[in-house]
Design a protein around this ligand. Structure first.
Ligand code: NAG
Ligand code: NAG
Ligand code: NAG
Ligand code: NAG
Ligand code: NAG
Ligand code: NAG
Ligand code: NAG
Ligand code: NAG
Ligand code: NAG
Ligand code: NAG
Ligand code: NAG
Ligand code: NAG
Length: 692
C-alpha cells in the first residue's frame, strides 16, 4: 500500500510534469511545517541547512523562490486543499537535494453574514466559504437542516439564506453551520442567538367591534419594543391601504386589550411587531373583513333642536360604538360654510341664531380616518322653516297671586297637529298644556310682589323640536290690612285714631302711612306681625289714612282707610281729662315725626324671581311688646266683628276693652318711667267706669 505522501507526490509530479524529482519528506532534513488557515509555515531547524542556498515551490503555478532565514511561508494555498511544497537545497558540493512537504488545509468555516428575525421566522444569511468544499449544511433548532452552496450545482452565489422557524417560548436559538467536503473534516460553526418572538394574540369580532387581546412576547435580554398597526384596504382593491392606527412603542402588559370599530366590508389587517433593532422583528398579524349589509356610518338618533333665547341647541344620540372611527359635522343652516366638525360631541349650540334666521339644521355622521374618504355619510336634518310660530303674548290682568296672559292665535298653521303648546308660570315650575285657541291663560298661586318669568313652549309631539318665548311679569304687592280702630281724645282737646293693621307677610321694602297730618315710614325690618298707628284727626270730619306698600320696581299697593271722626259731643274726651293730661302720644316703632326714610338698610333685589325672605330684625323689647299686643288684640278681634266705617257709637263693654288696649299700648310705648302714673290712671279709669 502506497502512503499518501507518495500518492500526492505522484499526482503532483504528473501535474507538474516534474517526473524526475525524487522527493523525500522534508522532515528528514529537520524541516518542519505547520498549517494555519490556508498558509503553510515552513521552519528549518538545522543551522547547517539554513546556511545553504534553498528554494521553494509553493504551488505548481508559482515559481521557485529563494529562502532566507529559518522560516518561509507559503501563503493562500486555498482552504480545503491537499497539496505538496517542493524544497531544493543546494549542498556545498553542488548537489541539489530535493524534498517535499505534504499539507492539508482545513475547510473554510462558513460564516454567518447576518441573522434576522423576519416576521414568523429567522433568516440566516451565509457567505460562500472560501477554498474548496462540497456544500454547506445548516441545522435549525427545530432539527430541520438545509443544504446550501452545493458545488455540484453551478452557482456563483456569494451569499445564501436559510430560514428557521421560531421555537415557541424559546427566544434563545442555536444554529449549526457545517462546511462539508468528502475526505475532509467538516468545519462546524455554532451560533447561539437571542431573537425576538412574536406577540401572542387573540381576537374576536362582534358585529363591527374588533377586540384584540395581546400579551408580551417571552422576555429577552436585548432591548426590544412593540409596534402595533391597523391598516385596511380600499374597497375592491388590495393595492391601496390606509393606515388606521400606528403605535410605534406600544406598552404591552398581560392581556392588553385593544378595541376598534372596523368599517364594514373592508379588509383589515392587524399586526404586532416585536422589534430588536439589531436583529429584526417578529411579526404577528391577522386579517379580518367584517361583513354587514347596513349602510355605514349610521344616522344619529333622537336628533332634537331647542330654540332658546337667541340660540339653537342641538342634541342627538350617537348610535355608534365608542370605538368607531366617526365624527359629526353640524350645520346651523343649509349653507355649507356654516358646517362645523365637532368630533364625537353629541350636542352643539348655534349661537346668535333663532329659527327665523335659518332654514335647515343638520347633523352629518362621517367616517373620520385621515386620508380615507368613505363612499357614504349619513345626514339627519330638520327643516325649521316649517316650525310654527309662538304667538306674541302679554300680561292682560294681574292680582297679588295671579297673572293672566293673552295672545291672538292665528290658526292658519298647517302643522299644528304635530305640535303642542305649553305654558310655564316660573322658571322652576312644570309646564302645563294649554289650548292655544283659548287665547288666554292664567298663572295661579304665584307669589305676590315678585317677578315671574312666564314662558310659552312649542313642542313637537315626537319631542324633537322645541321653541319657547318668555316674558317677565310681576304680581301685585300685598296691601296692608287694617283690623280694628278706636278714637281717643287728646289732651289738647283734639282727637286721634289708633288703627291696628297687619302688614304684608313679605316682599316689600317699606310701608308708608299717610295720616291726615303726618307721614310715617316703616322699613321692612321695623315691621312685626301686628302694628298700630295713631293719627291725629279732626272732630266730626271725614278723613283718610293710606297704607302704601312699597317695593322698588313695583307699583305701590295702597289700602285707603276712610272714616269720619266723631264730633266733640259724642266723644269721651271731656269725661276723662286726666287721661289726656297724662298720656304722651304713642310711639309706633319709629317716631311719628321721623320723615320717610329712603335708602334704608334693608336691601332687596327688585328683579328677584320667586319669594324673597324678609330680612327684618327686631330687638327683644319689640318682640315682647308685639307679643303682648297680639295677645290682647286677639281677644278684641274674636269678640268684636264690626263694620269699622260705620260703628261710630261704641258700646260700653266694648269701650272698656278698647281702653284697656289703649292703656296697654300706652304702657308699652311710654316705658318704665311712666309705669306708676299709667297704673294710677288705669285704676282711675276703671274706678270711673265702676261709678258709672
Ligand atoms: C517525516 O514525515 C513522515 C511522513 O509524514 C513521517 O512518517 C516521519 O515520521 C517523519 N519523520 C520525522 C523525523 O519527523
Ligand atoms: C512558524 O513556525 C515556527 C515553529 O513552529 C514558529 O516559531 C513561528 O512563529 C511560525 N511562524 C508563523 C508566522 O506562524
Ligand atoms: C548560492 O547561489 C548563488 C546564486 O545562484 C550563487 O552565487 C552562490 O554561489 C551559491 N552559494 C553556494 C554555497 O552554492
Ligand atoms: C494555475 O494557473 C492557471 C493560470 O494562471 C490557473 O488557471 C490554474 O487554476 C492554476 N492552478 C492552480 C492549482 O492554482
Ligand atoms: C533534484 O532535482 C533536480 C532537478 O530539478 C536534479 O537536477 C537533481 O539531480 C535532483 N537531485 C537528486 C539528489 O536527485
Ligand atoms: C448536490 O447536488 C447534486 C446535483 O444535484 C446532487 O446529486 C447531490 O446530492 C447534492 N448534494 C447534497 C449533499 O445534497
Ligand atoms: C389573561 O387572560 C387569560 C385568559 O382569559 C387568563 O387566564 C389570565 O388570568 C389573564 N391574566 C391576567 C393577568 O389577567
Ligand atoms: C341584512 O342581513 C340580515 C341578516 O344578515 C337580514 O336579516 C337583513 O334583511 C339584511 N338587510 C338588508 C337591507 O339586506
Ligand atoms: C331615543 O329616545 C328615546 C326616548 O328617550 C329612547 O327610548 C331611545 O332609546 C333613544 N334612541 C336611541 C337610539 O338612543
Ligand atoms: C282682573 O282680575 C280681577 C281679579 O281676578 C278681576 O276682578 C277683574 O275683573 C279682572 N279684569 C279684567 C279686565 O278682566
Ligand atoms: C318629529 O316631528 C317633526 C315635526 O312634525 C318632524 O319634522 C320630524 O321628522 C319628526 N321626527 C321623527 C324622528 O319622527
Ligand atoms: C259696612 O258699611 C258699608 C257702608 O255703610 C256697607 O255697605 C256694608 O254693607 C257694611 N258691612 C258690614 C259687614 O256691616
Amino acid at each position: 500500500m502506497l502512503n499518501s505522501d507518495i500518492i500526492a507526490l505522484l499526482l503532483l509530479a504528473s501535474s507538474f510534469q516534474i517526473v524526475h524529482i525524487a522527493a523525500i519528506t522534508c522532515n528528514k532534513s529537520n524541516i518542519i511545517h505547520s498549517v494555519q488557515d490556508d498558509n503553510v509555515n515552513i521552519t528549518f531547524l538545522s543551522t547547517e541547512v539554513i546556511r545553504l542556498n534553498r528554494s521553494v515551490l509553493c504551488t505548481s503555478n508559482s515559481s521557485f523562490e529563494f529562502i532566507n532565514g529559518p522560516e518561509y511561508h507559503c501563503m493562500r494555498l486555498g482552504y480545503g486543499h491537499y497539496g505538496q511544497i517542493l524544497i531544493q537545497i543546494q549542498n556545498d558540493n553542488g548537489v541539489v537535494d530535493n524534498c517535499s512537504i505534504t499539507y492539508v488545509t482545513k475547510l473554510y468555516a462558513a460564516n454567518l453574514a447576518y441573522i434576522n428575525a423576519i416576521a414568523d421566522r429567522v433568516r440566516l444569511s451565509i457567505s460562500r466559504p472560501l477554498g474548496s468544499f462540497d456544500y454547506v449544511i445548516v441545522h435549525c433548532p427545530d432539527d430541520k437542516s438545509h443544504i446550501i452552496f452545493n458545488t455540484s450545482l453551478p452557482s456563483n452565489d456569494l451569499m445564501m439564506s436559510v430560514h428557521c422557524s421560531f421555537l415557541l417560548n424559546m427566544p434563545l436559538m442555536s444554529f449549526v453551520i457545517e462546511t462539508v467536503k468528502k475526505d475532509f473534516d467538516s468545519t462546524v460553526n455554532h451560533i447561539i442567538q437571542e431573537v425576538p418572538l412574536p406577540v401572542p394574540m387573540t381576537s374576536s369580532l362582534d358585529s363591527l367591534l374588533l377586540t384584540i387581546i395581546a400579551n408580551p412576547a417571552p422576555t429577552i435580554n436585548l432591548a426590544s419594543r412593540y409596534e402595533f398597526n391597523l391598516i385596511f384596504h380600499g374597497k375592491d382593491t388590495d393595492s391601496i391601504t390606509y393606515e388606521r392606527v400606528k403605535i410605534s412603542d406600544l406598552k404591552l402588559y398581560s392581556n392588553t386589550t385593544l378595541k376598534y370599530g372596523l368599517i364594514p366590508n373592508l379588509k383589515h389587517e392587524i399586526s404586532f411587531d416585536h422589534i430588536v433593532d439589531s436583529i429584526g422583528f417578529a411579526h404577528s398579524y391577522l386579517t379580518i373583513t367584517p361583513i354587514s349589509n347596513v349602510s355605514y356610518p349610521y344616522e344619529v338618533a333622537n336628533f332634537s333642536i331647542d330654540e332658546q333665547f337667541h340660540k339653537i341647541v342641538l342634541r342627538w344620540t350617537d348610535t355608534h360604538s365608542w370605538y368607531d372611527p366617526i365624527e359629526f359635522i353640524v350645520s346651523c343652516n343649509s349653507s355649507q360654510k356654516s358646517s362645523m366638525n365637532i368630533g364625537r360631541n353629541t350636542s352643539y349650540t348655534c349661537e346668535q341664531m333663532t329659527f327665523h334666521e335659518t332654514d335647515i339644521v343638520s347633523v352629518q355622521t362621517k367616517v373620520a380616518i385621515p386620508g380615507y374618504i368613505h363612499d357614504q355619510a349619513a345626514v339627519v336634518q330638520i327643516n325649521v322653516k316649517q316650525v310654527p310660530e309662538i304667538p306674541l303674548f302679554e300680561v292682560f290682568n294681574k292680582t297679588e297671586n295671579d297673572i293672566t296672559i293673552r295672545w291672538s292665535y292665528n290658526s292658519s298653521s298647517l302643522m299644528s297637529n304635530s305640535f303642542k303648546y305649553k305654558v310655564q308660570c316660573g322658571l322652576y315650575e312644570d309646564a302645563s298644556d294649554i289650548d292655544i285657541h283659548s287665547n288666554q291663560y292664567q298663572c295661579q298661586s304665584l307669589e305676590d310682589g315678585s317677578l315671574h318669568v312666564i314662558t310659552m313652549h312649542l313642542i313637537s309631539v315626537n319631542n324633537t323640536i322645541k321653541r319657547s318665548s318668555s316674558i317677565q311679569a310681576t304680581t301685585l304687592l300685598q296691601k296692608c290690612q287694617p283690623k280694628n280702630h278706636l278714637f281717643i281724645p287728646d289732651i289738647d282737646g283734639t282727637i286721634s285714631i289708633i288703627i291696628e293693621w297687619i302688614p304684608p307677610k313679605h316682599n316689600f321694602e317699606k310701608i308708608i302711612i299717610y295720616c291726615p297730618l303726618t307721614i310715617m315710614t316703616y322699613e321692612n325690618h321695623q315691621v312685626v306681625s301686628l302694628m298700630y298707628v295713631k293719627c291725629k284727626v279732626k272732630h266730626g270730619s271725614p278723613f283718610q289714612v293710606s297704607f302704601v306698600t312699597v317695593k322698588s320696581g313695583f307699583e305701590d299697593a295702597i289700602f285707603k282707610f276712610t272714616d269720619t271722626a266723631p264730633s266733640v259731643d259724642s266723644t269721651t274726651t271731656t269725661d276723662h281729662p286726666e287721661i289726656i293730661a297724662t298720656t304722651t302720644p304713642p310711639v309706633f316703632g319709629s317716631s311719628t315725626t321721623t320723615p320717610p326714610v329712603f335708602g334704608s338698610t334693608t336691601t332687596r333685589t327688585t328683579t328677584t324671581v320667586g319669594s324673597t325672605k324678609t330680612t327684618s330684625s327686631r330687638s327683644t323689647t319689640t318682640t315682647t311688646a308685639s307679643e303682648i299686643l297680639a295677645t290682647s288684640t286677639e281677644t278684641v278681634s274674636s269678640t268684636t266683628v264690626r263694620n269699622i266705617t260705620t260703628d261710630r257709637i261704641v258700646k260700653p263693654e266694648e269701650e272698656v276693652t278698647k281702653w284697656r288696649t289703649a292703656a296697654i299700648i300706652a304702657f308699652i310705648v311710654i316705658g318704665f318711667l311712666l309705669l306708676a302714673t299709667i297704673a294710677l290712671t288705669t285704676f282711675s279709669i276703671f274706678a270711673a267706669f265702676r261709678k258709672r
